[in-house]
Design a protein around this ligand. Structure first.
Ligand SMILES: *Cc1c(COP(=O)(O)O)cnc(C)c1O
Length: 239
């Protein structure tokens, strides 16, 4: 290993321990078992070499939000690393990109309209794969363009999975609105999760919580956290 990658490995390892300590403390306060939580490390903007270091540090789940960047990065991983990782796609999806995402993503967390369900189904079927899917809910109430289905359209979106045997609906995902109390948003998400489970009993995952609000997400029953900057650092300068 070069000195440079040793330095980066130490840095990522330190940040990872800090985040794990935050998770443990929040679980202690919420009387939850940290083993119930999956930490998805969001590696967008950062190179495949960081993903490999994270895998070496025990990370099993990574998140990416842009199709082209994600597809290339997954392809660039050293031998033996890809099989150890679950790749979560967490970005806004266009239906013409969904077929490609279905080739490499193990989980797609950002399904927000029936058209995406159909496109992922076709892509997964063509690739002979089964994909875990979450429906992303818009909790902003103002359609600010961060993606997600309006709560009023959630039942119709869930119903679209009936025709998608290559997709397993596993639960719900949301990003807390920029302004406002994350506790309020994640409480609403928990209610919507219960609504989805009335028709899809296996949809138990709740993906909520990022670097700034993972404590509130844990308090509200999150099963998956998506943490980027607290582990990788702030976004590197454009190359
Ligand atoms: C970037 C991103 C994250 C991670 O955010 P941080 O604040 O860097 O932890 C989580 N979820 C989604 C959907 C993202 O795009």
């Amino acid at each position: 290993m070069t000195d440079q990658s040793t330095g980066r490995r130490d840095e990522l390892g330190d940040h990872l321990s800090q985040v794990r300590r935050r998770i443990e403390a929040a679980c202690g306060r919420a009387d939850r078992d940290p083993a119930e939580l999956t930490l998805v490390v969001v590696t967008k903007f950062f190179p495949a070499s960081d993903v490999a270091l994270l895998a070496d540090l025990g990370v099993r789940d990574i998140g990416e939000n842009r199709d082209q960047e994600a597809g290339e990065k997954v392809a660039d991983l050293p031998d033996g690393i890809r099989e150890r990782l679950r790749v979560h796609f967490i970005g806004q999806l266009q239906s013409n990109k969904a077929g490609h995402v279905a080739r490499y993503a193990d989980v797609v967390q950002s399904v927000d309209r029936p058209k995406i369900v159909h496109a992922l189904q076709r892509g997964a079927d063509a690739a002979g794969r089964t994909i875990d899917a979450l429906v992303q809910v818009d909790l902003s109430g103002d359609d600010a363009g961060r993606g997600g289905v309006a709560p009023a359209a959630l039942d119709d979106l869930v119903a679209a999975f009936a025709d998608a045997p290559a997709l397993r609906l596993r639960g719900v995902m949301a990003v807390a609105p920029l302004h406002g109390d994350p506790l309020h948003a994640f409480t609403r998400l928990r209610e919507l999760s219960a609504q989805v489970r009335m028709t899809s009993a296996d949809a138990l995952w709740i993906s909520a919580g990022m670097s700034g609000d993972l404590e509130q997400a844990i308090q509200c029953g999150a099963t998956h956290l998506r943490v980027g900057s607290a582990i990788l650092g702030s976004r590197p300068a454009q190359r």
